[in-house]
Design a protein around this ligand. Structure first.
Ligand code: PLP
Ligand SMILES: N[C@@H](CCOP(=O)(O)O)C(=O)O
Length: 462
């Protein structure tokens, strides 16, 4: 199994190499050269199996010979043993044909734990085997950062630096990133928004002297291994509702497009998915693009769903690569135009995208109303991101069962939830004292050179 860049101008890599590399050296994102498929019988045979076994069968075709079966099964077992729900990703019925996939039972209460716990184990295994160390730099709008810190804290062969937008994450998200005392964890509050954090991260990858000097690695969904781990719960949830003999649809609260792209991969592998619905908040560049064919930056407006406050949606590039028939030059050109503010998608590519994805958006008021109404009608307390999914899913319901991804625990966003429904969701007991814990954070300007110097100095001081 080989991986190629969406910009067509970087070396082909194995799974392990692509995982440790992060962003391709031509600025693109790694994707599998061809997407492996599972037969309907192979999918049917997974019904009723534990999550870990489904994970093994779904991901194995993508890893080539990088790990033996025994090694990979051990890695998966260790990744999910800390989850607080035996099903790992349980389904809850919201209506006659609508289900919620609860993805917040991992250690940091967000769907990011599914991938981050796995790549934490994969990195440890691979770095020990190679006797190497790396510097992880991550950009976060709140959840990726906390999940990455939890997965990599305390490791000797990894330093983890997390850039988050100062003042634009929830208090709990900030505390999750700034309170771990481990010496290898560095929380950096950047002056700017998430797009600035992600842009500086990509700049660091494109500065080869810095990249090679610190042995830079990435754990955002630019890293293919992140996307792969997220493919699994599309299978596990669809199987619970009768796949492959019954089709299902998914609605996915979307920001950086990683989670819904994982759904696209599940479909390409043979999982019978009727619809994949992109749900955005008021920062609705993806919804506008799907409607008009023009992808135009409009600046980020802070919302009550801060983890989705994104305009430069990294993984959309992976979708474009497939929409343009794997033409790396065409993708490079679009991305260059986007750097200037906007690009227009060709009619053929747009038809392909509309065939693969539907879309919708939720305003701030609609999000709050959904939290309030769903609690009254079903008893389920939704986080604002999940509520956006539910609002958009409700507009797309049909005779095919709809699964909406609940991407975070409501207690990560207590102010927004309380404002919407008048009650404050409680944190699980292991995080009950979170607000009293002491913080360690460094405020940083949005300047590449200063950030690189800070990272190099911190590593040298270790
Ligand atoms: C809670 C939550 N929901 C939804 C999203 C959007 O996911 P993606 O970026 O994979 O589209 C994120 C972060 O990206 C998130 O943290
Ligand atoms: N919402 C994310 C943004 C980063 O997304 P990623 O999936 O590319 O890591 C966050 O919470 O940080």
């Amino acid at each position: 199994m080989k991986y190629i860049s969406t910009r067509g101008n970087a070396p082909e890599l194995s799974f392990a190499e692509a995982m440790l590399t992060g962003l391709a050296r031509d600025g693109g994102l790694y994707v599998p050269k061809s997407i492996p498929t599972l037969s309907q019988d192979e999918i049917a045979a997974m019904a009723g199996l534990p999550y870990e076994e489904i994970a093994f069968r779904v991901m194995k075709p993508f890893i080539g010979d990088c790990f033996t079966d025994e090694e990979f099964q051990g890695i998966i077992a260790r990744a999910y043993e800390g989850f607080r729900h035996t099903a790992r990703a349980p389904l809850v019925q919201m209506g006659p044909n609508h289900y919620l996939l609860e993805l917040f039972h991992g250690p940091t209460l967000a769907f990011k734990d599914f991938a981050m716990q796995l790549i934490g184990q994969l990195f440890q295994f691979e770095l020990e085997r190679r006797k190497e160390r790396v510097t992880i730099v991550g950009a976060t709008s709140g959840d990726t950062g906390s999940a990455a810190i939890e997965a990599f804290r305390g490791l000797n062969n990894v330093d983890v630096f997390i850039l988050f937008p100062d003042g634009r994450v929830s208090d709990i998200q900030r505390k999750q990133m700034t309170t771990p005392a481990d010496k290898n964890v560095h929380a950096l509050a950047l002056e700017g928004d998430f797009d600035d954090c992600q842009a500086r991260l990509k700049d660091m990858f494109n500065d080869f002297e810095f990249r090679d000097g610190v042995k830079l690695a990435g754990v955002n969904s630019i890293n293919w291994a992140r996307v792969l781990a997220q493919v699994v719960y599309y299978f596990s949830s669809a199987l619970s509702l009768g796949a492959p003999n019954r089709k299902v649809s998914f609605t996915v609260p979307t920001g950086n497009f990683g989670d819904i792209f994982a759904g696209f991969i599940a479909k390409q592998m043979g999982l019978p998915i009727e619809k994949l619905v992109i749900a955005t908040n008021q920062n609705d560049i993806l919804h506008r693009t799907m409607e008009t064919g023009a992808c135009t930056k409009a600046g980020v407006t802070p919302s009550i769903s801060p983890s989705m406050d994104i305009q430069v949606s990294s993984n959309f590039e992976r979708a474009l690569f497939f929409a343009y028939d794997k033409d790396g030059d065409a993708v490079t050109k679009l991305m260059e135009e986007f750097n200037e503010g906007s690009f227009t998608i060709s009619q053929g590519a747009m038809e392909w995208l509309r065939d693969q994805f539907a879309s919708g958006r939720a305003s701030e008021e609609e999000t709050k109303k959904t939290i309030r109404n769903e609690f009254a009608e079903t008893g389920e307390v939704l986080c604002p991101h999940s509520a956006i999914g539910v609002k958009v899913a409700n507009e797309q319901l049909s005779e095919v069962p709809m699964i909406t991804l609940a991407t975070a625990h409501p207690a990560k966003f207590p102010d927004a939830v309380e404002d919407a429904m008048g009650a404050r969701p409680a944190l699980p007991p292991h995080m009950g004292d979170m607000m009293e814990r002491e913080e360690r954070v460094c405020q940083v300007p949005n300047q590449l050179a200063l950030l690189e110097t800070l990272i190099k100095d911190r590593i040298a001081a270790r």
